[in-house]
Design a protein around this ligand. Structure first.
Ligand SMILES: C[S@@+](CC[C@H](N)C(=O)[O-])C[C@H]1O[C@@H](n2cnc3c(N)ncnc32)[C@H](O)[C@@H]1O
Length: 278
């Protein structure tokens, strides 16, 4: 069944699934704490697509990338498996947030996006490691415009300058609770399959670097760490990785609870276009 509420969110009714649960519980914290991506990334990506009718942001979360895409495309479809994430998404007249449960057939997804060859740009920010990649890439190939369509996938991890040491110490505490898929972003997407033609902005095995500057309070830092999937998993197992003692240690590493820092996420980017034979 398809529902549509006042915020334009469509939801296929479905039971709760494990994946959406990893982000749903922290959706409010997530929306407030995660970095916003640089405007010039979207300008560069838009310059690579032949047309500017439709962009699809997959695993949109609270719409961090979708909102910026709206500056360059006539319309944006922003999808996520977590309804809770979408409920915290930033509303924008050009962005249509749609819930796509794990079990949604590919056929329905292609139709929902407007059919084969209808999408000019696909973006996936900090989410591709969770996907069933062969199934996702199959749909991506089908919906991308040919020629002229572009797909961009990026992510970030513990490499946050100038607080890398503190972040590494914290990330080490998350190791027992990490889903194996998160190693893809821990390793800077160097092992992420990316079966698309290279267009000069990072390719399979050799992602390009992308600096994401962010002004962050200590509260924002703790919120961001709290919204991570491994912290949620630990909590489900009765372990609080951000208890009083841990937060105190982070505060010392950060330089004080009232300090607002300019930090840079050392992100990584893969951009491509469908291969000629696809
Ligand atoms: C770390 S968040 C990233 C959110 C946002 N793109 C950002 O840049 O902050 C990962 C998101 O991917 C979503 N997700 C995970 N698997 C998915 C799938 N198969 N299809 C769509 N979304 C998915 C999660 O629900 C979550 O909102």
């Amino acid at each position: 069944m398809l529902l549509e509420d006042g915020r334009g969110i469509c939801a296929y009714l479905t039971g709760p699934d494990r994946m959406s649960g990893l982000f749903s519980k922290q959706a409010a914290v997530y929306a407030a704490a995660r970095p916003v991506y640089p405007k010039d990334l979207f300008t560069k990506l838009a310059a690579l697509t032949a047309h500017h009718r439709l962009a699809w942001d997959v695993g949109t979360g609270s719409g961090q990338a979708a909102i910026s895409l709206a500056e360059h495309y006539d319309s944006v479809v922003a999808t996520d498996v977590s309804e809770e994430q979408l409920l915290h998404a930033t509303i924008h007249s050009k962005v249509r947030y749609l819930h796509t449960p794990d079990a949604m057939p590919g056929e329905d997804l292609v139709a929902m996006l407007g059919g084969e060859g209808s999408v000019d740009l696909i973006t996936v920010a900090e989410a591709a490691h969770w996907f069933d990649l062969p199934a996702f890439y199959d749909i991506a190939h089908r919906v991308l415009r040919k020629p002229g369509g572009v797909i961009a996938i990026w992510g970030y991890n513990y490499r946050v300058s100038p607080v890398e040491d503190m972040m590494t110490r914290f990330f080490n505490t998350t190791l027992p609770y990490r889903d194996p898929r998160t190693w893809l972003f821990m390793n800077g997407y160097k092992d992420l399959p990316f079966p698309f033609d290279d267009i000069g902005l990072g390719r399979e095995g050799e992602p390009a670097s992308l600096d994401v500057d962010h002004e962050m309070s200590f509260e924002g830092l703790v919120g961001m760490l709290r919204s991570g999937s491994a912290v949620t998993t630990a909590k489900q197992q009765g372990v609080d990785l951000l208890g009083e003692r841990e937060v105190k240690e982070l505060e010392e590493g950060w330089g004080g609870a009232s300090l607002v820092r300019k930090v840079t996420f050392k992100a990584f980017l893969l951009v491509g276009t469908p291969r000629a034979q696809d």
